[in-house]
Write a protein that binds this ligand. Structure first.
Ligand code: SAH
Length: 282
């Protein structure tokens, strides 16, 4: 790809000694922002995470690549070491791009890294990214909000600092108050979490969608229910990374699975909410 940037804008310069903390989007390189592309073109060194697509790094052939991921069988870097590495690179006068999957401030520890940099007097810029919890749903054909479904969304992690179901979360409160729940890092504990939501009053038959490697070629989505989700994930052999969506928004996929539609599939139901009126009215 010709990675030229539009000329009708003053693109900021990544200066030596700075760290730009950028979101790389959920996977599909086309979901990168222009600010992130601008950073890629200037960086001397890129410190990137496991969920950053390799094709994106190819847009920065000049840059040294440092892997700081926490999965994929490679040795995992400790958060403190990553943050201090960024400080050292900046102090050495490099133009540092810290590239994180999705959005750096959404379940990505970008806040901690930014804080360490600021505490060490390193100048920073934050470049938001498209988060998997929104884009992953969109690529599966599920609108994260839809007027006839929800006026709020709850983003949760299924995983706390210790790798357990987050105990600080009021699952009963979430069950009562959240119209649509979008869960990151939920694969390990989804059975337990679904149980807590049902115990707190959510219908066992409530629709759930699980989308893995969203926005990439091998994206997969299953539609299931709260009571069946854990068993169906196992039966389908789904592996993380996955975004799990709980709520009626999932039903809209019957009409809006645009990737299948583009390949010739007939929409399963043009009115999955049963509203019996054209979508543009009301
Ligand atoms: N900062 C990231 C989230 C990092 S936490 C963001 O804003 O998207 C890592 C979790 O994000 C994964 O466990 C998974 O739940 C989700 N995730 C990230 N990329 C994904 C993808 N391509 N498909 C499905 N889930 C993804």
């Amino acid at each position: 790809m010709d990675a030229r940037l539009p000329t009708s804008h003053d693109w900021p310069e990544l200066m030596p000694g700075w760290v730009w903390l950028c979101g790389a989007g959920p996977g599909d390189p086309g979901l990168l922002t222009l600010h992130a592309l601008n950073a890629l073109r200037q960086a001397d060194v890129i410190v990137y995470d496991a969920l950053v697509h390799e094709g994106i790094l190819d847009w920065a052939p000049q840059a040294e690549r440092i892997y700081a991921g926490k999965r994929g069988g490679k040795p995992s870097a400790k958060q403190r070491d990553i943050s201090l590495r960024l400080v050292d690179l900046a102090r050495a006068g490099r133009r540092v791009l810290r590239l994180k999957g999705g959005d750096p401030f959404v379940f990505g520890r970008g806040g901690e890294e930014a804080q360490t940099l600021v505490q060490h007097g390193i100048p920073i810029r934050i470049v938001p990214g498209i988060t998997a919890g929104i884009a992953g749903l969109a690529y599966a054909g599920i609108p994260v909000t839809h007027r006839d479904v929800n006026q709020s969304v709850t983003f949760v992690t299924g995983h706390d600092r210790a790798g357990l179901t987050p105990t600080a979360l009021d699952w009963a409160g979430i069950a009562r108050g959240s119209q649509v729940i979008v869960m990151y890092m939920g694969m390990k504990h989804i059975g337990e979490i679904a149980g807590k939501l049902i115990a707190a009053g959510r219908a066992p038959t409530e629709p759930v969608a699980v989308t893995t490697t969203a926005t990439l070629e091998d994206q997969r989505t299953i539609e299931t229910t709260l009571e069946r989700v854990a068993a169906d994930i196992a039966a389908a052999g789904l592996e993380p990374p996955a975004i799990i969506c709980i709520g009626m928004a999932v039903a809209l996929r019957q009409a809006l699975d645009w990737r299948a539609y583009a390949e010739g599939a007939v929409p399963r139901d043009l009115d999955p909410l049963g509203l019996r009126r054209p979508a543009e009215t009301g």
